[in-house]
Every structure is written in structure tokens, then in C-alpha cells.
Ligand binder design. Structure first.
Ligand code: MN
Ligand code: MN
Length: 309
């Protein structure tokens, strides 16, 4: 049996479902990319269930054969990718979950590996950004989402939810606002100011209507104009139209197609991409695993981008 038999030589319906059936190990030493699940969903404001996202994405990833036909490379041959499993989340405690996530991810980053985190609700971005900013300094962020996630607080005295973490990240100095772009905002909001808080701080905000008017090539150009230095990519699956990604907690109609999102992510080629998360996959509301399959393919695109770096 060849050494690589652990992965792609197994049939997709067989074996243990690590991400793309990469080796499962808690030891990130020597890895280029470490897949890290963060199965936490206690900071959701509507439908919980994203704690089952990492497992669903891993399962769907078994369908990915490994050769990237547009980039013309086999990322798992270029990189050593391992699946760490999941960080130690604490379901009733957002602060304990954040502490554990930051510590475990920082330890992985210190080996020199790139982390690709699978959520979980979007609150998990905050400890990821804290860990990445400790290693790389204040970050440029490319944020795909139908929501800005810059609310102040959804509940009195509770600063952390999946709708507040990007305000916290700016307040904590983890992000360079002028190098931060949000793409895909849409839907009704609680008031006229929801999209403006970030804009007033110099963040580039491209609503779904603006994105549709620009088209994919101009949108990629806008991202590349804004992103600079070490770039963290955060991908909330609800940026996709619910027709393509029904399995999520706070769906918003009128979003991107799966193909547009694949094109946008491929457009990040060549940026200094230092970290990735993919969040808000909620299998309980999925149909035919299409949301998990989209998420697995976006994650594969992230691995391919890292292989091109
Ligand atoms: Mn979000
Ligand atoms: Mn969202």
C-alpha cells in the first residue's frame, strides 16, 4: 500500500472522514495547512446548529478528488495538509470557548502552519483574529457575508455574539480598517445605521446590489485594491443565496450563486493569505448536503490558494 493511501486512493464513500481524508493528528509539526474545527454555536441570534458544521463539511469533502483543473495543480501534493480535529469548545461559555480557540490556534500558528478553521457560528472569528494578529500584526480582512457583523451588542451586557465580533475586532485593533472589505451585505436591518458603522471607520463595504452592478471581475479588482499585507479571509456561508446554501442560521435572500463565489475566491490568488475561516454551516437546515458541499469546495479553494502562495 503506498504511503499516500491514507487519502485520495480510498473511495470517497469509505474511510474515516477527516477533511479530504487528510491525516488526522493533534500534532501540527511539519504541516503547511492545518484544518481546525470550531464546533461552537452558542453565540447565534436565531437558528443554532452550526456546531455540526465541521462534521458536515468534512463528510462532504470526501467528494473532492484533489486535482484543481483551473489552477492546474494538486494542492495535497504541494502542501502537507493535516486535520487537527476540533478545538475544545465550551458550549455554555463564549469566553471560555474563545480562550481555548485562541490558545490552540496560536500554538498551531507558531509551528509556521496556516490554519483553515471550520465553524461554528461567526463568533469564532474573534479568537482566530486574536491569534493571527498576535503572529502577523494587525490584519487585512476579506469578509464574505450577507451581514456586517458589526453590531454593538444584541443583548445587554453581552459583547460577544456572531453579529458583533467584527466591531470587537476593530475596537481591539486586530484589523486595519482601511484594508478591510465586506462583500455581499443585503436584506433588511434593524435601522439605517447597521451598514454605516464600518463605513465610518474606513472599511470598504460592498453591498449585494453594488456587487451585482460591478460583476465578478470588477469585484475581484476591488478586493485586490483593498487587501494588503497579511490577509485573513472570513467566509460566512450565508453570503450565498439560500437557494445554494439553505443550511445556515440566518439566511438572506438575493445572494451570490455558488459559481460566483468560487470565482471570487479564486480571484484572491497571489494575495498574502495568512488565515481562513468558513462559518455558519448548519446541517440541520440543509437539503441534499448542498450547503456542506459548497463549503467543502470553498475550503478546497482556500487550500489551493495556499498551495499557489
Ligand atoms: Mn457573519
Ligand atoms: Mn451572515
Amino acid at each position: 500500500m503506498p504511503a499516500s493511501a491514507f487519502g485520495e486512493h480510498l473511495q470517497p464513500f469509505s474511510g474515516i472522514t477527516s477533511f479530504m481524508r487528510c491525516p488526522a493528528t493533534r500534532d501540527p509539526a511539519g504541516a503547511d495547512v492545518v484544518i481546525v474545527g470550531v464546533p461552537y454555536d452558542s453565540a447565534t441570534s436565531y437558528r443554532s446548529g452550526a456546531r455540526f458544521g465541521p462534521r458536515a463539511i468534512r463528510s462532504a469533502s470526501a467528494m473532492i478528488w484533489g486535482y484543481h483543473n483551473l489552477h492546474r495543480l494538486r494542492p495535497l501534493d504541494v502542501l502537507r495538509v493535516v486535520d487537527y480535529g476540533d478545538v475544545e469548545v465550551v458550549p455554555p461559555s463564549v469566553t471560555d470557548t474563545f480562550r481555548n480557540t485562541e490558545a490552540e490556534v496560536l500554538a498551531i500558528l507558531e509551528t509556521g502552519a496556516t490554519v483553515l478553521a471550520l465553524g461554528g457560528d461567526h463568533s469564532i472569528s474573534l479568537p482566530l483574529l486574536r491569534a493571527h494578529a498576535k503572529r502577523f500584526g494587525p490584519l487585512s480582512v476579506v469578509h464574505f457575508d450577507s451581514h456586517p457583523d458589526t453590531w454593538d451588542s444584541e443583548y445587554p451586557g453581552q459583547p460577544y455574539s456572531h453579529g458583533t465580533i467584527y466591531r470587537r475586532a476593530i475596537e481591539e485593533g486586530l484589523i486595519r480598517p482601511e484594508a478591510y472589505i465586506q462583500i455581499g451585505l443585503r436584506g433588511s436591518t434593524g435601522g439605517p445605521d447597521d451598514w454605516d458603522w464600518a463605513r465610518q471607520r474606513g472599511v470598504r463595504v460592498i453591498t449585494m446590489d453594488e456587487a451585482a452592478a460591478l460583476g465578478v471581475p470588477a469585484l475581484i479588482a476591488a478586493i485586490r485594491e483593498t487587501a494588503s499585507g497579511p490577509v485573513f479571509v472570513t467566509f460566512d456561508i450565508d453570503v450565498a443565496d439560500p437557494a445554494y446554501a439553505p443550511g445556515t442560521g440566518t439566511p438572506e435572500v438575493g445572494g451570490f450563486t455558488s459559481h460566483q463565489l468560487l470565482q471570487l475566491v479564486r480571484g484572491l490568488k497571489g494575495l498574502n493569505l495568512v488565515g481562513f475561516d468558513l462559518v455558519e454551516v448548519n446541517p440541520q437546515y440543509d437539503h441534499g448536503d448542498i450547503t456542506a458541499l459548497l463549503a467543502a469546495n470553498i475550503a478546497f479553494e482556500f487550500v489551493a490558494l495556499r498551495a499557489l502562495r
